[in-house]
Design a binder for this molecule. Structure first.
Ligand code: FAD
Length: 282
C-alpha cells in the first residue's frame, strides 16, 4: 500500500559557515530515509533571508524535495515587505519549489510587538493572489494554543482564517501530550476544518534548552517528564534513552490515532530524529 502519510524534517537556516557544513552532514544522513521533504526555517524579520534561500537552493540542487518557510519581514506599513515576498515567490517557483510553510513569524528580539501588524492569513492570501495555486501551502497550528491568544476559541477562529485563505495543510507546534493533539483535531473537525494537520515532533535531548524554548513558544512539558529530565540532566545517555522512549511512544500513539504523518524539528541534528524514526519502524 503506498504511504499516504507525510514524514518530514525541519532544518533551521544556518547563520555561519560551520553551521552550513553541519547541516550538509545532517541532511546527508537523514536523506537516506527518503522523507517526503525537508523544510528550512525563515529567521524572524528576515534575519536569515539569504541563508534560507541559499540552503533551499542547495538542497534542491541535490535533488531533495525542499519546503521553504516564508514570512513578511517588518511591519504592515512597510510596503517593501510585499515586494520582498513577491521576489522570493518568483525565485522559488523558477527553482522548482512547489510547497511552502507560510508564517507570521516573530519579531526579531528587541523590536517589540508593534512590528507585528500582519497575520499569517494575510500572507496566505497574498501568496494565492500572486502565485495562484502553484504552491501547496502549509501553516502553523497550536494544539496547546498560541501563547498570544486570549482563548482556545479565538485561536481556532484565527486558525480557520488561514485555511479559508487557501492553506492546504498544517504542521503543529510541538507538544508532549497526545491528548492535546487529538482534542485539537476534534475541535477543528467541529468547525469544518478538514485539512491534514501533521504533528510537529521535538526530540527530547536536553533539559535546560527545552525548558527555556518551551516557555517561549507555549509548549507544555508535563510534570512527570520534567521531573525525569531534571533527574537525568547530568547524565546525557540516560536522558537520551528516556527522551527517545517517551517521544517514540507518543509518536506511535499519534500515528495509531490517525495522525497524517510526523514533522520532526531536527535542530539540525540527525541522531535524535533518526532514533525515533527507526524505533517507529518507519
Ligand atoms: P498567526 O497564524 O498569524 O497567529 C499568531 C497569533 O495571532 C495567534 O495568537 C493568532 O491567534 C493571532 N491571530 C491570527 N490571525 C489573527 C487576526 N486576524 N486577528 C487577531 N489575531 C490573529 N518562526 C519563525 O520565525 N521562522 C520559522 O521558520 C518558523 N517556523 C515555524 C514552523 C511551524 C510548523 C510552527 C508551528 C511555528 C514556526 N515558527 C517560526 C514560529 C511562529 O512564527 C510563531 O509561533 C509566531 O508567533 C506565529 O506565527 P503564525 O504563522 O502561527 O501566526
Amino acid at each position: 500500500m503506498p504511504e499516504s502519510r507525510s514524514f518530514s524534517f525541519e532544518f533551521s537556516a544556518p547563520r555561519t559557515v560551520s553551521a552550513q557544513e553541519k547541516l550538509r552532514r545532517t541532511h546527508s544522513r537523514l536523506n537516506e530515509l527518503s522523507p517526503h521533504y525537508f523544510s528550512v526555517t525563515y529567521g524572524a524579520g528576515g534575519t536569515t533571508r539569504d541563508g534560507t534561500k541559499q540552503t533551499v537552493l542547495e538542497l534542491l540542487r541535490l535533488g531533495t524535495p525542499v519546503v521553504p518557510h516564508i514570512s513578511f519581514d517588518g511591519d504592515a506599513i512597510n510596503q517593501g515587505k510585499e515586494d520582498a515576498v513577491r521576489d522570493m515567490l518568483t525565485e522559488y517557483q523558477a527553482a522548482g519549489v512547489t510547497r511552502l510553510v507560510a508564517l507570521r513569524g516573530d519579531s526579531p528580539s528587541g523590536t517589540g510587538p508593534s512590528s507585528q501588524l500582519t497575520h499569517a492569513s494575510d500572507l496566505v492570501e497574498f501568496i494565492r493572489r500572486v502565485s495562484g495555486n502553484h504552491f501547496h501551502i502549509d501553516v502553523a497550528a497550536y494544539p496547546e494554543m498560541h501563547p498570544e491568544s486570549s482563548s482556545v476559541d479565538t485561536d481556532l477562529t484565527h486558525f480557520k482564517r488561514k485555511i479559508d485563505a487557501g492553506a492546504d495543510s498544517a504542521i503543529t507546534q510541538y507538544f508532549y501530550n497526545a491528548d492535546a493533539y487529538f482534542r485539537f483535531i476534534d475541535a477543528c473537525h467541529k468547525r469544518g476544518i478538514d485539512v491534514p494537520i501533521v504533528p510537529g515532533i521535538m526530540p527530547l535531548t536536553n533539559y535546560k534548552g527545552i525548558v527555556r524554548f518551551s516557555a517561549l513558544c507555549g509548549a507544555e512539558i508535563p510534570r512527570w517528564i520534567e521531573k525525569h529530565l531534571i533527574t537525568y540532566q547530568h547524565d546525557p545517555e540516560q536522558l537520551k534513552t528516556f527522551g527517545l522512549e517517551v517521544v517514540t511512544s507518543m509518536c506511535q500513539r499519534l500515528l495509531d490515532g490517525g495522525a497524517p504523518g510526523l514533522h520532526f524539528y531536527t535542530l539540525n541534528q540527525a541522531l535524535p530524529s533518526l532514533g525515533i524514526w527507526k524505533a517507529l519502524g518507519l
